[in-house]
Each structure stands twice: as C-alpha cells, then as structure tokens.
Design a protein around this ligand. Structure first.
Ligand SMILES: Cc1cc2nc3c(=O)[nH]c(=O)nc-3n(C[C@H](O)[C@H](O)[C@H](O)COP(=O)(O)O)c2cc1C
Length: 223
C-alpha cells in the first residue's frame, strides 16, 4: 500500500554516536517504512544525542512558570521559548519515534533533559492530553541482557520509566522495539552471545518494518 497525505513524523534521537548506533539504525528502518508507505511525509527531527539541550534550561523553564511574566529573567524567557518550540515539534506530528539507548543502567540524560524541558510546556505537563492517543514508537537498545533469569534481571532502570511517561503521562499509543546484547560484538566475555545478538538485531529491524506498515495503515484509514 502506498499513499500520500499530510502526515508528519517526529523523530528524536538520543544515542551519543552516529556510526554503529543500533537505535538510529532500527529507527531508520521504521522511518523508511512509514515514509515509503505514506508517500514522503514531513519529518521533524530533534537529535539530542548530537546536540544536547542545556542542563540549566529546565530549572529556568520550571521556576519561571511560578513567576509573573514581567519578573522573568532573559534566561527564563528563553527557556520558556525553547520549551514551546520543543512542544510545537511534538504537537505538529501524528507519529512519534523516540530512539533512546540505555546508559549506566538508566535513561539517557539527554532524553531526560529533553523530557523535563518539554514537560514544562502546559501542553505536555502531567494532566494535559494534547498528544494522547497518537501512535508512538520507543526504539531502545542495551549493551547487555536483562531478561528473566539473567544475572542483571531488574537492572534496567531506563525502559520502564520511558514507558511510564510516554504511556501513562502523555497517553501515547506506544509500541516498544528493544534490542539487547549490542555490546556482544566488541566484548570478549560476551563472545558466545554474538549469534543471539545478531538474531535480536535482525528481529528488531523486522519488527520495525511490521509496525511501520501497521501504523501507516491506521493513519491512512483514519485520514
Ligand atoms: C557511556 C555508556 C554507558 C553505557 N551503559 C550501559 C549500561 O549500563 N548497560 C548496558 O547494558 N549497556 C550500556 N551501554 C551500551 C549501550 O546501551 C549500547 O551500546 C547501545 O547499543 C547504545 O545505543 P546505540 O547503539 O544506539 O548507540 C553503555 C554505553 C555507553 C556509551
């Protein structure tokens, strides 16, 4: 099926690398599938992995909301403006793709900073439902394995938090594509896991193609 409409994809990347990035590669497959099916939708990109947002922006944006406009500093006004710009990027899209790896057993600090800032905009604050129900994809990757029965079961403190805010706070209709063991290829102690790692990566690309086709079907039948 292919078609053409006025769809927009919002894509966020948080990997700190370009070359070899699994989240970027799987998100590329997903984006390419959606784009081919929809006939070149607009794509709005925010790459917080390559161009991180400033760490001080969130406090300025959050605290300035408590002040009357005329009492806000220049930094606070700029922070509110940036939050509005980030919120516009989300609000303008009908499909959302978040490509975010695990770092240090937790969420990428660049994604957390982005989330904190954009959540200061009233459209994305807890309780708002401006983007509720939109189809969204979390493409994540972890160097190790965290499944049931593995030594590090329970150490993944990234995925559940991301799902919590994307699903339960923003109300997105979220599909998660997870790839584990991405460090097997370069870690001698993980050598026996390399075949499994390759299978997992191939399965993630397959899943990206399947869910990409199914979301476009949904968008085309809704339009
Ligand atoms: C600084 C740093 C910290 C990392 N911490 C973890 C970790 O705690 N647990 C883990 O399983 N993998 C960890 N990794 C591996 C990444 O999750 C893995 O390489 C993933 O594929 C990165 O996403 P990308 O391929 O899109 O760049 C870390 C990687 C880096 C660079």
């Amino acid at each position: 099926m292919s078609g053409s409409n006025s769809s927009t994809i919002f894509r966020l990347d948080a990997s700190i690398r370009i070359e070899g990035s699994v989240t970027r590669a799987v998100a590329d497959t997903l984006q390419a599938t959606i784009s081919a099916e929809l006939g070149n939708p607009a794509v709005v990109r925010r790459d917080v992995g390559s161009v991180p947002l400033g760490g001080a922006v969130w406090a300025d944006a959050a605290l300035s909301r408590l002040l009357p406009a005329e009492q806000r500093t220049g930094e606070q006004r700029s922070a509110i403006e940036l939050a509005g710009e980030l919120a516009d990027e989300l609000a303008s899209a009908d499909t959302l793709v978040f490509a975010v790896p695990m770092y240090n057993f937790g969420v990428s600090q660049h994604f957390k900073t982005w989330y904190d800032i954009v959540s200061t905009d009233p459209r994305l604050a807890p309780g708002a439902d401006d983007i509720a129900g939109r189809p969204a994809f979390l493409v994540t990757a972890r160097g190790g394995g965290y499944g049931p029965g593995t030594p590090r079961e329970g150490w993944d403190h990234a995925t559940a938090w991301m799902q919590r805010v994307l699903v339960d706070v923003w109300g997105l209709d979220l599909e998660t594509i997870e790839t584990e063991l991405t460090l097997a290829e370069v870690t001698p102690q993980m050598a026996e896991l390399r075949d499994l790692a390759k299978q997992q990566l191939a399965a993630s690309h397959d899943t990206a193609r399947v869910v990409g086709r199914s979301v476009t079907h949904r968008l085309l039948t809704a339009s």
